[in-house]
Ligand binder design. Structure first.
Ligand SMILES: [Zn+2]
Length: 389
C-alpha cells in the first residue's frame, strides 16, 4: 500500500486512493476570487418596474481642481447625450440628474448641453463658488451665485464632501472650514427661499476614518485609493461631521436637504432613522450604498417601509468611471439596483466586478411592493426636484 505509519481511519483511506491537492500558500488577498457554490434562483431584470429618475449622477466635473477643490467654473464633460440616451432607454431611465454642474459659465454649458438639448431627460445641479471663499464678501457673492444658478435653470445645490474634509481657510491651505460655518448661512437660506433643495454629501463610510489595517472591512478599497482615508491628521471624526451637518439642518428649517448616500451613515440605519424623524425637511438617496443596505436586508426593508416617501433612487453613476465599478454607468449597474429593490434573490454581487469593490460581502434583495417602488424610482425625486411626471 505504501502508507506511512499513522492512525488508520477515514483520512488515511482517502489519501490512499486520491492525491492530496497541492496548495501553495500564502494566497495573496488580491488573487482570491471565490465563486459562490450556492445554488439559488437568479432573476435578471433589464428594466425597472416603473420609469426611473436617477437622482445622483456625475456627467461633468470641474476642469481644474487642487487639493480636492474645484477652482474654476470650466467643466470637463464625462459623456454626451448621444452616448447616454440609448443606455437610459434600454434601462428605463427617464431622467438623469447631474450633480456636478458647477457654477457660472460652466453651469450654463452643462444645462445647454444636457437639460435644454433633451428636455425631461437631464437635470443639473449647481455647486458652491469655493474659488471666492477668501473674499470678504463671499457670503453675499455665494448667495447671488445661487440666484444666478436658479435663473440659469439649475434644479438644486450639490455639496460634495469638499465641505468638511477639503475646504480650508485659505481654500487649499490652513485649518479646515466647518460645515456649519456661518459664512454659508446666506447660501442655505437662499436655497430655501428659491425652493431649491440642497443635496449634501457629508463625511464618508465610517471605515474611511479607521486605520487601514487588517481589521478594516474596506481594506482593499482603501489600499487602491489611500487618498480616500480620513484617518488621523487634522480630520474631524465621522460623528463630528454629521453633528455639524445636523446643526445646519436645524438652523435652516425652510431649506430642504437631500442627505446623500443614505444620510452618509448606511452602516447605522437606526441613526439615519433618528435623523429623518428629527428633521422633516430631509430626505435621503441610496447612491453607491446598496452594498450596505443589501447586507442588512431585513433592516433595509423595514427602513424602506417606514420612510417610503423620503427615499430617492440614485446610483452615483459616472460614465467611464472604470476606477469605481460600483459607479460605472452601464446596463449592469442598473440591473443590480433593480434586482436589489425588486426581487428576493439571495447573495449576489452589489457591483459588476470580480472582487466586491467596497468590501468582501454580497447582498440580498428586499422585494419592495409596487407602491413603494413607484415612490422610490420616481415620485419622491419628482416631488423634491420639481419634475412633472
Ligand atoms: Zn456622487
Amino acid at each position: 500500500m505504501g502508507l506511512a505509519a499513522g492512525p488508520v481511519g477515514a483520512s488515511s483511506i482517502a489519501s490512499d486512493t486520491t492525491q492530496t491537492p497541492t496548495v501553495s500558500p500564502p494566497l495573496r488577498l488580491a488573487d482570491f476570487e471565490p465563486r459562490s457554490m450556492l445554488q439559488v434562483p437568479e432573476t435578471h431584470l433589464d428594466r425597472p418596474r416603473y420609469p426611473v429618475i436617477d437622482a445622483h449622477t456625475h456627467l461633468s466635473w470641474g476642469a481644474r481642481s487642487e487639493a480636492g477643490i474645484f477652482l474654476s467654473s470650466e467643466r470637463t464633460f464625462l459623456s454626451n447625450p448621444e452616448e447616454l440616451l440609448p443606455v437610459m432607454d434600454r434601462c428605463g431611465i427617464r431622467t438623469m440628474v447631474n450633480f456636478t454642474g458647477g457654477y457660472g459659465p460652466g453651469l450654463a454649458d452643462c444645462i445647454a448641453r444636457y437639460d435644454r438639448a433633451h428636455p425631461g431627460r437631464f437635470l443639473t445641479m449647481t455647486e458652491p463658488l469655493y474659488e471666492r471663499f477668501t473674499d470678504p464678501n463671499y457670503p453675499r457673492l455665494q448667495a447671488e451665485a445661487i440666484e444666478q444658478a436658479h435663473r440659469s435653470g439649475a434644479c438644486a445645490l450639490k455639496i460634495l464632501k469638499t465641505l468638511g474634509l477639503y475646504l480650508r481657510e485659505g481654500i487649499t491651505t490652513g485649518p479646515l472650514v466647518k460645515i456649519d460655518d456661518p459664512r454659508f448661512d446666506p447660501m442655505w437660506d437662499t436655497c430655501g427661499q428659491l425652493g431649491m433643495p440642497v443635496a449634501i454629501h457629508v463625511s464618508d463610510p465610517i471605515a474611511f476614518f479607521a486605520p487601514i489595517d487588517r481589521y478594516n472591512e474596506r481594506y482593499e478599497e482603501l489600499a487602491h485609493h489611500p487618498d480616500w482615508s480620513f484617518h488621523g491628521r487634522d480630520f474631524p471624526s465621522h460623528d463630528q461631521l454629521l453633528a455639524a451637518r445636523d446643526r445646519v439642518i436645524a438652523r435652516h428649517p425652510r431649506t430642504r436637504f437631500i442627505l446623500l448616500h443614505v444620510g452618509n451613515f448606511a452602516e447605522n440605519l437606526a441613526h439615519v432613522s433618528a435623523t429623518l424623524d428629527r428633521f422633516p425637511n430631509t430626505t435621503v438617496d441610496i447612491a453607491a450604498r446598496i452594498g450596505e443596505l443589501g447586507r442588512q436586508p431585513r433592516a433595509a426593508r423595514a427602513f424602506f417601509d417606514r420612510y417610503q416617501d423620503r427615499i430617492l433612487f440614485g446610483t452615483d453613476a459616472t460614465p467611464h468611471g472604470y476606477e469605481f465599478p460600483q459607479q460605472l454607468f452601464n446596463e449592469r449597474l442598473y440591473q443590480i439596483y433593480y434586482r436589489f429593490l425588486e426581487t428576493d434573490d439571495e447573495y449576489f454581487d452589489y457591483a459588476p466586478a470580480n472582487v466586491p469593490p467596497q468590501g468582501r460581502w454580497r447582498i440580498y434583495g428586499i422585494c419592495l411592493t409596487d407602491a413603494i417602488l413607484k415612490k422610490v424610482y420616481n415620485a419622491n425625486a419628482a416631488r423634491e426636484l420639481g419634475v412633472t411626471l
